[in-house]
Design a binder for this molecule. Structure first.
Ligand SMILES: NC(=O)c1ccc[n+]([C@@H]2O[C@H](COP(=O)([O-])OP(=O)(O)OC[C@H]3O[C@@H](n4cnc5c(N)ncnc54)[C@H](O)[C@@H]3O)[C@@H](O)[C@H]2O)c1
Ligand SMILES: [Zn+2]
Length: 734
């Protein structure tokens, strides 16, 4: 390829990934891969200076202020750092500085992996804060969000007229895991790493979200100050610490060797840090010398970032454990013989799912290559097959949940295997949140925060407990169900805490209890969806409700019976067709009788099959899941308690008749209706004396057609059947 074209290609690639990373907080490649592309471009531009341009991403800071966000102008640029990847490259920087500066002192610090921000203080009070944006002209105003971070002091002891500091907002590992666990429970976006999570949190517009997620800040540079003077960087860090800022630990060095030792020390100990770093920063200490050296349009000349390389090592798979996550997903985890990798001791690696295990063919006892880069979780890259011992077997994820023993079910086409236990301790919080959610029992006021609080205090230990909460009304009125934490109330701009009134929890308690009572009347479609059976959502719930009188009947579905019946039906159909052929030539009365006997049997089998879930719209995987779920002892206990509490177990189809306006009319439903679900439409038809059939025939009176109606519509048209819309239908029963 010609060099110009390659350069163009690299620039486009970098711009693309910059956008993903800085603007969307959703990178598609690892930092290591990104850095390699950037480096190739940098080297080409050095080699062919005639092809370098000032617009190149090697010359500009990668970000941009979000469109629509309020912007704040930079008065001190927020630059990036020049990357180094080897000892030689670091030594080269040191030598260059030593040539220009007399007896330079260097500071080596952690390079914290987060989001760069600047904070401004006026008269000692926090005034405003912003992101880096393009680093030169504008950043995004994120003042309100920054105020929610505990480690951002809202007021500092020395009331100087003006102070601007720069720091890195990050999320420690524990906080990151907590956020993703929460996200899993509410089936929200899962963040790839703490850096993206921190950046995404800080750049969204709701300070409440920032308060919920535990962000922290390290302040690593004094940008501007009035009323005080410093001569060295170390002095500024020490002073900033006295003002209540968290500053990074720093190591002071005077030689190339010293700097390299510091970099190595940070590498070796970074696994013990509670947060992630993506390198070490080497800075010149003396502030006047920094001034003298200056900066390019992208990076200062007085500092560099050393990036630790990803590492790969061989180790042994001692065991494969299966964990159950908060969504009930069974995840296989390789237990490894511990190896040191990228500063941490690695002793486990996620295998994600069965497909991954099959693809890599990982077995217990195998020797594998493990890889870890600065920002990523360790992963197994491949198996060294030559070193495989005799007699090992492929690993299969078990078909029972290792936590609660309920059947673990695989989705129709999903790679995930999920536990179906309604009372599974591993996923209980999510199950309860899902049960109460809008698409299921729709209990207003019983969101994730309330569920967690009620679970923590022991009021809810399973789904059925929801309906017994009314026994604790007095306790809830006294202490609140979800007492608001202090953090959720934003302070005033000047940092003063808002006064909170003594709360009265009577109304909120009664509202919640009333919502719970109302939910007892929800239809089966919602109840079934609420159970959170793998693969069984509202749609299947609706079909089940249409075809069964109550939950008890659904609970009798047996997958084995279904398979058995299918076999007998097949067999009988074969015999029948043989006999039918025979009857073309013979007219023995006993054969005729036998044939009608067979027809009767077939119709009986058909009915029994239907009772075991053989219904259009319900596949074999679903039948298996439903049967497994209801056969579980834990399900039976919960169902009994729900029924005792008065939760509706009857289908709307088995419900009351209001009038007989639709008597004698047979409806067929097709497509998606505007406001009614199929279950609801069926109920209305039946309540008014009509019938609902599954397919269009001459006997059909009306085809009730919604959006996306297909075959049934064509058939109805060809048979001349009246086609009505939802509005027309509603009008009929008005
Ligand atoms: N994966 C991707 O798609 C993708 C895309 C773009 C950028 N990136 C990554 O982002 C980084 C490049 O971003 P960059 O321009 O912000 O440069 P950088 O992260 O390499 O270095 C500059 C940043 O380091 C931060 N920093 C942390 N601790 C510091 C300390 N103690 N002293 C000084 N600065 C400190 C500063 O906030 C500063 O903005 C690279 O790591 C790159 O791999 C990745
Ligand atoms: Zn389980």
């Amino acid at each position: 390829m010609d060099i110009g074209a390659r350069i163009k290609e690299l620039r486009e690639k970098i711009e693309y990934h910059n956008k993903k990373y800085y603007e969307e907080d959703a990178p598609e490649i690892t930092d290591f891969e990104y850095d390699s592309i950037l480096r190739e471009l940098k080297n080409l531009e050095l080699e062919y200076p005639e092809l370098a341009t000032p617009e190149s991403p090697t010359k500009r800071v990668g970000g941009k202020a979000k469109r629509g966000a309020k912007q704040i102008a930079h008065d001190v640029p927020m630059l990036s750092l020049d990357d180094r990847f080897s000892r030689e490259e670091v030594a080269d920087f040191i030598t260059k500085i030593q040539k220009e500066v007399e007896n330079p002192v260097f500071i080596v610090e952690h390079k914290i992996d987060g989001l760069s921000v600047a904070l401004r203080y006026r008269g000692g009070e926090f005034a405003e804060g912003m992101t880096r944006g393009d680093g030169i002209s504008y950043g995004e105003d994120i003042t309100d969000n920054l105020m929610m971070i505990d480690t951002v002091p809202l007021s500092i002891p020395e009331k100087l007229p003006y102070l601007e500091v720069r720091g890195e907002v990050y999320m420690d590992n524990a906080a990151f895991e907590a956020v993703n666990e929460r996200q899993e429970e509410i089936e929200g976006k899962i963040f790839a790493n703490p850096r993206n999570c921190a950046a995404g949190t800080l750049r969204q517009l709701d300070p409440g979200v920032v308060a919920e997620r535990d962000l922290s800040i390290f302040v690593f540079n004094l940008q501007a100050i009035q009323g005080k003077e410093f001569t060295s960087h170390a002095e500024t860090l020490d002073w900033l610490a006295t003002q209540g800022f968290a500053v990074p630990k720093y190591i002071t060095c005077t030689t190339e060797e010293g700097v390299w030792d510091a970099i190595t020390l940070i590498d070796e100990t970074r696994g013990e840090l509670p947060f992630g770093i993506d390198g070490a920063v080497v800075k010149l200490d003396n502030l006047a010398d920094r001034e003298k050296l200056g900066a390019s349009s992208k990076v200062p000349r007085w500092a560099i970032a050393y990036k630790y390389p990803p590492e790969e090592k061989a180790t042994k798979v001692l065991d494969i454990e299966v964990n159950v996550g908060r969504t009930g997903r069974l995840t296989p985890l390789a237990i490894l013989e511990p190896v040191r990798l990228a500063g941490t001791t690695v002793s486990r690696a996620s295998l994600h799912n069965q497909d991954q295990i099959d693809r890599l063919d990982i077995r217990i006892g195998d020797t594998v290559i493990v890889r870890k880069a600065a920002e990523i979780i360790p992963e197994i890259v491949r198996v060294i097959k030559e070193q495989r011992a005799h007699g090992t077997t492929p690993f299969k994820i078990p078909d029972r949940c290792p936590v609660c023993g309920a059947p673990a079910l695989r989705g129709e086409d999903a790679a995930d295997i999920r536990c179906s236990g309604i009372n599974c301790p591993a996923q209980l919080a999510r199950l309860i949140i899902h049960f109460a959610s809008r698409g299921a029992m729709d209990i207003e006021g019983l969101g994730p925060a309330a569920v967690h609080s009620l679970m923590d205090k022991g009021y809810i230990k399973d789904i059925a407990d929801i309906y017994y909460l009314k026994n604790y009304r007095d306790e809830f009125i006294a202490s609140g169900i979800t007492p608001r934490s202090r953090k959720q109330v934003a302070p005033y701009k000047d940092g003063r805490a808002r006064k909170q009134k003594e709360p009265d929890y009577t109304a909120s308690t009664d509202n919640l209890l009333a919502a719970i009572e109302r939910s007892k009347e929800q239809n089966l479609e919602r109840l079934i969806n609420g159970f959170g059976i793998p693969n069984i959502g509202k749609q299947t719930g609706s079909i089940l409700e249409e075809n069964f009188p109550d939950i008890q009947a659904i609970a009798k579905i047996s997958y084995d019976k279904y398979k058995q019946l299918q076999d007998s039906e097949k067999q009988l159909k074969k015999e029948r067709s043989k006999l039918a052929k025979l009857l073309k030539t013979s007219t023995k009365p006993e054969d005729v009788e036998l044939l009608s006997e067979m027809d009767k049997q077939l119709s009986d089998i058909g009915k029994e099959l239907k009772a075991n879930g053989d219904i259009k719209g319900i596949g074999e995987v679903s039948i298996k899941a439903i049967a497994a779920f209801f056969a579980e002892p834990q399900t039976k206990v919960i169902l009994e308690r729900l029924e005792e509490a008065g939760v509706t177990m009857k289908s709307r189809s088995a419900g009351k008749v209001i009038d007989d306006r639709l008597e004698g009319a047979t409806f067929v439903l097709t497509g998606t209706l505007q406001t009614l679900s199929r279950g609801e439409a069926t109920q209305l038809i039946q309540e008014h004396g009509g019938r609902v059939a599954g397919s269009v025939s001459k006997k059909t009176t009306y085809l009730l057609a919604g959006e996306g109606a297909g075959d049934k519509m064509n058939k109805a048209q060809s048979l001349g059947i009246t086609i009505i819309t939802e509005a027309e239908f509603l009008h009929m029963i008005e």
